[in-house]
Design a protein around this ligand. Structure first.
Ligand code: HEM
Ligand SMILES: Cc1cc2nc3c(=O)[nH]c(=O)nc-3n(C[C@H](O)[C@H](O)[C@H](O)COP(=O)(O)O)c2cc1C
Length: 513
């Protein structure tokens, strides 16, 4: 039995809110207060077909997060048709402000952002990766820009990340014949042209209509690796398929040009949030394995979502706009108020035992994403992990969390044995390719880069992604030449002066390590 449009339309209030996604009706009333995107954004879709808006943000996978019993039934397809027409005539879709993508034409409309009066500046103006931020700001709505740039509390973790890289200085060597330099490296045995990769970022669809598919097309043209978020806007299988498709196109172009790109194939790694519902986590792991991801990176710094201050301001404003005064007030203090266990998505009881079963289920390289001290690095080794990512989630989780370089120094000081046994990755605040070398000198395998790629994607699509890689790799090559390093095995600790950060590093009163 189908539901009809008149019945659906009645459920558009906070006391009964139904939405349609892909012809199915869901009662999201109970979920309104839990939705990390805020109650207002869902309520605005109440009683209507939310499919178009939903698809610009989410993959259908998130529907698994709805409480049991949320599915109401199917809607009459003819009713849906009239409903869609009605909606589109009352709420016209905005014109896309995104530049044409070289690989795939973006859909003609974007429901995400209002049209930018001027569009982004010419891509030629992006000379450092920080230049992508104002370019994206010019084309994104305020709430999407806030989602990307947001950081925890007063922003000190983010500030610490950004400044940590310049606290370390190089100790260049001269007269070392640097005609030929190579930044070739490997990540879990897979070749990468450079020791950096794109960090996991959820909901790329908020910045570009082709979302993660557009990202991986840009990566494929440069052979770069990426960690794909389990909160992506596209299902993981579609992201892998987009990469393969682009790689095939490149192979046929190479065959007709009689020359190869010279880059190894890009590889994808899977970032996992451990969900409160075990079956959701298990199914993600199995699908990632079947889809061919090369390693799994379990995020361990998100027992609860951090206080994303600017997002809360946006959500409060959105709620007030639709007259939801109490939701607006709640947005400011968050949904995990007080000391009650958080009820939302991520498993708050996550512990080392979970790592053991995830490792067994995955059966390949496992990295802990979000290690922030030497003790946990040591425990990761004891629990059989293959790698650790020293990260404070781009300053989005704990307030005044340590930056990754300081944690790396702490590990070098208090448990140096970890260095030879685990692959160590770092991320947070990297905005200059030359700085990548500093982490490598201190023993890192590779560095993750987040926001600059999101901004580049939002402003210029896959062309921006390629340019972001080109800027970082040129800076890295120049940095290598000017410090007298021709290959990464020459990047050793004596090439950097980390005294300033070492001064700030934690020291135990009485070591328990
Ligand atoms: C109905 C089922 C839905 C579920 C289960 C759901 C679930 C989620 C989850 C888990 C996140 C957090 C993702 C992350 O931070 O990585 C999120 C964020 C978000 N959702 Fe939904 N969502 C639903 C519907 C929608 C719809 C219909 C819209 C838009 C009309 C929407 C817009 C957003 C936005 C904008 C965010 C980002 C919030 C931020 O600024 O951090 N969601 N949602
Ligand atoms: C918009 C955005 C979304 C993110 N989403 C995720 C995510 O889904 N999973 C995760 O483990 N980390 C996520 N992160 C953290 C990144 O993986 C990475 O740790 C961080 O962005 C690195 O800092 P940077 O942006 O300064 O380079 C996100 C970061 C940003 C900026």
């Amino acid at each position: 039995m189908f539901l009809d449009a008149a019945e659906l339309a009645k459920h558009n209030t906070a006391s009964s809110c139904w939405i349609v996604v892909d012809g199915k009706v869901y009662d999201v009333t109970q979920y309104l207060e839990q939705h990390p995107g805020g109650a207002a954004i869902l309520l605005k879709q109440g009683g209507t077909d939310a499919t178009a808006k939903f698809r610009t943000v989410h993959s259908p996978d998130v529907l698994e997060y709805l409480p049991k019993g949320s599915y109401v039934g199917k809607i009459d397809p003819t009713a849906l048709k009239s409903l869609t027409t009605e909606l589109s005539s009352s709420k016209p879709a905005t014109t896309s402000i995104l530049p044409p993508s070289p690989s795939a034409s973006p859909p003609p409309t974007s429901l995400l952002s209002p049209p930018a009066p001027n569009g982004p500046p010419h891509i030629a103006h992006c000379v450092t990766v920080s230049d992508f931020e104002p370019a994206a700001k010019a084309v994104l709505s305020q709430n999407v820009f806030s989602y990307i740039s947001s950081s925890a509390n007063s922003g000190l973790s983010l500030q610490g990340n950004l400044s940590s890289w310049s606290s370390i200085k190089f100790r260049p060597r001269v007269l070392r014949d640097v005609q030929h330099v190579s930044a070739k490296s490997t990540i879990f045995g897979h070749a990468s042209p450079f020791p950096f990769y794109v960090s996991a970022m959820g909901l790329l669809g908020r910045g570009h209509p082709n979302a993660e598919a557009e990202l991986v097309r840009g990566l494929a043209r440069r052979g770069a690796h990426a960690m794909i978020s389990s909160e992506s806007s596209l299902p993981m299988e579609e992201i892998v398929a987009a990469l393969r498709d682009e790689q095939q196109k490149l192979a046929s172009q190479d065959a007709s040009n009689m020359q190869g790109s010279g880059f190894p194939p890009s590889q994808l790694h899977f970032q996992l949030y451990v969900h409160a519902d075990h079956s959701v986590t298990l199914s993600r792991i199995r699908r990632a394995k079947a889809a061919g991801f090369k390693s799994i990176w379990v995020t361990v710094d998100t027992a609860s979502l951090g206080k994303r201050t600017s997002d809360r301001r946006v959500q409060a404003a959105e709620a007030l706009e639709v007259g939801l005064e109490s939701a607006a007030e709640q947005a400011g203090v968050g949904r995990n108020t007080g000391f009650y266990p958080p009820t939302a998505h991520f498993k708050p009881s996550l512990s080392w035992e979970d790592i053991v079963w995830i490792k067994k289920e995955w059966g390949g390289p496992l990295v802990l994403k979000g290690v922030q001290c030497a003790e946990d690095a040591k425990l990761a080794l004891e629990h059989g992990c293959e790698g650790i990512l020293l990260s404070n989630h781009g300053g989005r989780q704990a307030h005044t969390a340590p930056d990754a370089l300081t944690t790396l120094l702490e590990i070098r000081t208090y448990c140096p044995e970890v260095l030879g046994k685990l692959d160590i990755f770092v991320d947070g605040g990297l905005r200059d390719g030359a700085d990548v070398l500093k982490a490598i000198c201190l023993g890192a395998t590779a560095v993750g880069v987040g926001r600059p790629f999101f901004y580049a994607l939002a402003a210029y699509g896959s062309k921006g992604v390629e340019r972001c890689i080109d800027i970082l790799s040129e800076e890295l090559a120049t940095g290598m030449r000017l410090t007298g390093i021709t290959s990464l095995d020459e990047a050793l600790p004596d090439r950097v002066n980390a005294s300033r950060l070492l001064n700030e590093m934690w020291r135990p009163e009485k070591s328990r390590l």
